[in-house]
Design a protein around this ligand. Structure first.
Ligand SMILES: CC(C)(COP(=O)(O)OP(=O)(O)OC[C@H]1O[C@@H](n2cnc3c(N)ncnc32)[C@H](O)[C@@H]1OP(=O)(O)O)[C@@H](O)C(=O)NCCC(=O)NCCS
Length: 144
């Protein structure tokens, strides 16, 4: 596998492909859809796409919260290629991006099923679990 990550512009064809991947991996299994408002709100977020050669295999959104803090959202790896290290490569890529862009802290709302994934990447749980999109989540964070 030759895995590469890069930023893709909001609204581009590459961005649209990441929306389709997120819809397939994160929304359809919950019988949910992205609303036009949700997608419009992504215009000022950072879109990271991950490829195996030419093929899109994963994506992440980054939402700068303030000067020091960035939120990692919508972490998705395509079915069939999960648990092969792609998620780890993507998270390492966005952590490097965060450091290079002056952020000191990265956090996410981690689905409980994905908590071991973030724990292995040295994220820590903050506070109590909560429900989002009908699923149990943890706030998890890491110093950059
Ligand atoms: C969660 C997800 C992003 C992880 O990406 P990935 O490419 O599958 O993860 P990696 O292969 O880099 O895994 C790294 C480690 O975390 C573990 N891991 C990954 N997903 C896991 C899961 N759901 N449950 C338990 N452990 C998990 C792996 O086994 C691996 O451990 P190891 O190093 O001991 O073998 C991906 O599986 C995915 O998209 N899942 C469906 C959508 C989802 O839940 N997204 C997260 C929303 S918060």
């Amino acid at each position: 596998m030759a895995i590469t990550c890069k930023l893709v512009p909001y609204g581009s064809a590459a961005y649209q492909a990441t929306v389709e991947l997120r819809d397939k991996i994160l929304r359809k299994p919950l019988q949910m859809v992205f609303t036009a408002e949700q997608l419009a709100a992504e215009h000022d977020q950072v879109h990271v796409a991950c490829y195996d050669g030419e093929k899109l295999v994963g994506c992440i959104l980054l939402k700068p919260i303030d000067q020091g803090k960035v939120k990692m959202r919508q972490v998705a790896v395509d079915e069939g290629v999960q648990k092969q290290g792609i998620g780890t490569i993507m998270v390492q890529f966005v952590e490097t991006w965060g450091r290079q862009n002056g952020f000191q802290l990265i956090y996410c709302h981690a689905r409980a099923v994905a908590e071991p994934f973030y724990t292995k990447l040295n994220y820590r749980i903050v506070g109590d679990s909560f429900i989002e999109v009908g699923l149990k989540h943890w706030l998890m964070e890491k110093d950059l």
